[in-house]
Design a protein around this ligand. Structure first.
Ligand code: ADP
Ligand code: MG
Length: 609
């Protein structure tokens, strides 16, 4: 007994063992690369740090079978390649002090080492497009790194195979392939959003999923990745600066609002971070501009002097500590508010002035306590201070459109001609929408199933026209008398000359005539005077690539049924039915089109249930 006891004691007395290097490496690697998406992120960081202009990502089976990132960056020499996969091997900093100046995404020299610990890694690289080297390394203790000379154009390809194959505990915790694949794709999107001037592609299981050409700015890249083409004109870019930092905010107007905050992003020096207080700053900034409970889509890109931020507090750099977070928060909220203020003041762009174009009687809501998704207590001074106003802020004051009978007639014509989707007539018996009546000169009331829908006739018609206009060529009508005009500057001449064909597709035929211009045809039912017409056309200069969307919005402004316009029963029913079938039941400015009340609520209200 005693003997046995002693022997147990002997082994259990020594509880601490220094792990063999290979085990230690695998465990440390787990902090950096906890799943395939983390490796995608790290390899993208490296390609971006290498000043690439084109980066191609390919994954297979959610990334766990293969992740490959190919770039055209600076490449590595033979010496660097033989070192790069060692722990703490980096070309980016030389000491901790360098973190204050580091402009690169990486700096810890851990990613490739971690990759080699959890996967079979191959790197093919060349600095000059002549001499190229190929490295094969890991995982497992036995594998000796191998280097051989090969061919490659300038740049680097990194390929990781069989991720976690040698670490069963980790592999077991991976989700299904499609789920891991989505995380990889999100990691890709997070990077692509922050580097618009790099071309990117993403291929999944042999299929090209995303190809992103160079974008000229953050807004354009955001649009390419996250919003539909017809939504792009409702994105704005706002720039603000402060001491040691600048912020670019890409923000969707109310037309793009969402019911949740999933399409909101925060970046700091090119890294996506989880920074709830800045998301909150975004929400504060748009208060009063957006309908209640609608959330903006957008991204906040903070560019900060590295000395004023600590990126070294999270293994995956998903968090950052700002020296003065309050200043950034304030700049974001204020920047958005100033922007909205100017948006509403600037004339001639009604379609960009969502709330101002309509009577707004309710003041914007005063925020009540921290948002539910905020875990930490909010200490922002914004909360109470800025929204104690005696009345509405300037930009929230109404700017009412007066109804015009002439416009209404044309609008009804247009509605009868073109806006009722074919399927509505064919399927309406099955769809069973019953006309109930009209109310307050604005609403159409229809019954459908066990619900009563109160539909805003103007908003509904706007959306229907907008979708319709963008779905096919705009019908055009030759003018009996052409409109001759001269522009005020060469820039306008250039714009017209360059876009003659585009404008023709939008129903506007303009011909050059001996140093002047002549408008020979305009969209059917166009009704503006000559001067206003010319002005609207030249206004398209600001539309960039979204000419069609801006033009559609302009046409809608003048054609949609307004508040107060009379609708007969069959037109009202047709409009109501078409409205209920809309894929996006919001007007192009983002306001909801209807309000619904269900039968049960009404019955309860009169105590019948
Ligand atoms: P870090 O990025 O923190 O320096 P990594 O382990 O990610 O650490 O990379 C180690 C080093 O390998 C980098 O510092 C860089 O010099 C080199 N390297 C990695 N990927 C590439 C690449 N795609 N192009 C050129 N050099 C690279
Ligand atoms: Mg790196």
């Amino acid at each position: 007994m005693v003997q046995a006891y002693n022997s147990t004691q002997e082994t259990s007395a020594r509880q601490i063992l220094v792990l063999p290097p290979e085990e230690a490496r695998k465990i440390a690697a787990g902090e950096v690369i906890d799943r395939p998406a983390a490796l995608v992120r790290e390899l993208l960081d490296n390609a971006i740090d290498a000043k690439s202009t084109l980066i191609e990502v390919a994954i297979e089976e959610g990334g766990s079978r293969r992740i490959e990132v190919i770039d055209d960056g600076v490449g590595m020499t033979y010496e660097d390649l033989s070192l790069c996969w060692h722990t703490h091997a980096t070309s980016k900093i030389r000491s901790m002090d360098d973190l204050d100046r580091a402009k690169t995404l990486g700096f810890r020299g851990e990613a490739l080492a971690a990759a080699a610990a959890v996967a079979h890694l191959e790197i093919l690289t060349s600095v000059d497009g002549r001499e190229a080297w190929h490295l094969t390394v890991g995982p497992g203790d036995a594998t000796e790194p191998q280097l051989e000379q090969v061919r490659r154009v300038r740049g680097t390809s990194v390929r990781a195979l069989g991720i976690f194959d040698t670490i069963p505990v980790r592999k077991r915790f991976l989700r299904r392939d499609w789920s891991e694949g989505n995380l990889c794709k999100q990691a890709f999107i997070d990077k692509a959003l922050a580097f618009p001037n790099i071309k990117f592609s993403f291929t999944q299981d042999g299929k090209l999923k995303l190809f992103l050409p160079n974008a000229s700015n953050l807004k354009e890249r955001f649009a390419a990745l996250l919003v539909k083409r017809i939504e792009a004109p409702f994105l704005h870019e706002i720039n603000v600066t402060g001491t040691g930092f600048s912020v670019t905010i890409v923000l969707g107007g109310p037309a793009l609002s969402r019911n949740d905050r999933r399409q909101q992003y925060v970046f700091a020096n090119g890294r996506r971070i989880q920074e709830y207080s800045l998301l909150q700053a975004l929400e504060y900034g748009v208060q009063g501009w957006f309908p209640n409970n609608a959330h903006p889509v957008g991204a906040i890109y903070v560019n900060i002097n590295p000395a004023l931020a600590d990126f070294n507090i999270h293994p995956a750099k998903r968090e950052v500590r700002f020296a003065d977070a309050g200043a950034i928060h304030h700049a974001v909220t204020q920047g958005i508010r100033d922007f909205v203020h100017h948006l509403n003041l600037s004339a001639g762009k009604q379609w960009l002035m969502p709330e101002a174009a309509y009577t707004q009687t309710e003041p914007p809501p005063v925020p009540e306590g921290p948002a539910p998704w905020l875990e930490a207590e909010d200490t922002s001074p914004e909360q109470d201070a800025s929204w104690e106003f005696g009345g509405q802020p300037d930009w929230a004051k109404p700017l009412v459109h007066s109804p015009s009978p002439k416009a209404a007639d044309l609008a009804l014509e247009a509605l009868a001609e073109s806006t009722l989707p074919q399927e509505v007539a064919e399927t309406s018996p099955a769809y069973a929408v019953r006309y109930v009546g009209r109310a307050f000169g604005l609403f159409i009331l229809v019954e459908h199933g066990d619900k009563l829908f109160v539909i805003d006739q103007h908003a509904a018609h706007e959306r229907i026209l907008f979708d319709e206009l963008l779905s096919k060529p705009i019908p055009t009508q030759e003018l009996l008398v052409a409109i001759p005009f001269v522009t005020e500057c060469e820039e306008d001449d250039r714009f017209i000359a360059q876009h003659q064909a585009d404008l023709a597709r939008l129903g506007v035929i303009i011909k050059a005539d001996n140093g002047t211009w002549r408008i020979e045809a305009l969209p059917v039912a166009w009704r503006l005077g000559d001067t206003a017409t010319i002005k609207e056309i030249l206004n398209l200069k600001t539309a960039g690539e979204n000419l069609a969307e801006h033009w559609a919005a302009t046409l809608i402004c003048h054609h949609a049924i307004k508040e107060g316009d009379y609708l007969d029963e069959s037109t009202a029913l047709a409009l109501g039915e078409a409205a209920l079938k809309l894929a996006v039941p919001r007007c192009p400015h983002g306001r909801p089109i209807w309000y619904e009340i269900n039968r049960e609520t009404l019955f309860k209200a009169v105590r019948r249930i």
